[in-house]
Design a protein around this ligand. Structure first.
Ligand code: ATP
Length: 255
């Protein structure tokens, strides 16, 4: 096992390095899969292009996502190792404020990894985590990977599913099952981003606290108004804005 890296406070990339360390630690605990470390690298590259901040299109997506969560009958937060490594407290906090179930759903599924992910969530206050050693599981049609197995009490019944760091096939399968999907993905070009109902193009580390606070802000809004906010959101147009943001930023940097 590697010694944890001591990151100097004044290091210009201290935040990013700290996040990496959290992932490495969760990898060594068995929560994050090897491929999860690579997926994080892809995210980091896009975060660099985005300037490592929550931009205006992401804020609009966060508002629409909060409205959708508040109008959902059965919202579910789908979690994997990376997501739990990066934002365990926020997952639990969002599940409480949006009255959403938490379900472990991982590509490289082993009972041991499921249990480790669940225990990391319980350590920060989760009382019910679905998808671990599930006797009540159902399969999502048209999906080959281990992620097709979902809890009959969770994702299978859900009307809205939050799926950070997701792969495109499963997002598409959930949409085909009639579910609304909220994705948090730094890559505006990924299949997940383009297939989801609402994509927040941002780092989960920044997006989750903002999503929690937006749920609080909108909590007392009339359901009809929340429905309008969620339905007026145009994912394709918003993804185009994220891409334009990147292009304009790069043009500016290029002088
Ligand atoms: P798709 O199948 O949707 O095209 P993909 O093949 O890129 O996506 P994965 O390999 O599962 O799917 O990658 C996970 C996604 O998560 C990547 O698009 C990456 O940009 C994104 N990602 C990685 N780290 C973060 C993070 N911290 N916050 C938000 N998104 C992230």
């Amino acid at each position: 096992m590697n010694m944890p890296l001591k990151i100097p406070e004044n290091h210009p990339r201290a935040d990013s390095l700290r996040i990496r360390e959290r992932l490495v630690e969760a990898f060594e605990q068995g929560a994050v899969a090897r491929a999860g470390l690579i997926a994080h690298g892809r995210g980091e590259a896009f975060d660099y292009l985005l300037g490592e901040q929550t931009n205006q299109p992401a804020k609009e997506a966060i508002r629409a996502a909060a409205a959708l969560l508040l109008t959902a009958k059965k919202p579910v937060i789908s979690v994997n190792g990376n997501f739990v490594a990066l934002t365990p407290k926020e997952i639990v906090s969002l599940s409480k404020s949006a009255k959403a179930e938490i379900e472990v759903n991982i590509f490289y599924r082993t009972l041991e990894r499921e249990k480790i992910i669940k225990s990391l969530l319980e350590r920060v206050g989760a009382t019910r985590v679905l998808g671990v050693d599930e006797v009540n599981s159902t399969c999502i049609p048209e999906l080959g990977s281990e992620r097709r197995r979902v809890s009959s009490d969770g994702i299978f019944l859900a009307d809205v599913v939050l799926v950070p760091l997701e792969d495109g096939d499963r997002t598409e399968a959930l949409i085909m099952m009639g579910k609304k999907v909220i994705a948090i993905d730094l890559n505006p070009l990924s299949r997940t981003s383009t297939k989801a109902t609402i994509t927040i193009v941002d780092n989960v580390v920044r997006a989750m606290p903002k999503l929690i606070s937006e749920v609080e802000t909108l909590r007392s809004t009339e359901v009809t108004d929340l429905t309008v906010i969620a339905e007026q959101f145009n994912n394709k147009a918003n993804l185009n804005k994220s891409l334009t943001y990147i292009v304009e930023r790069l043009m500016e940097l290029a002088g």
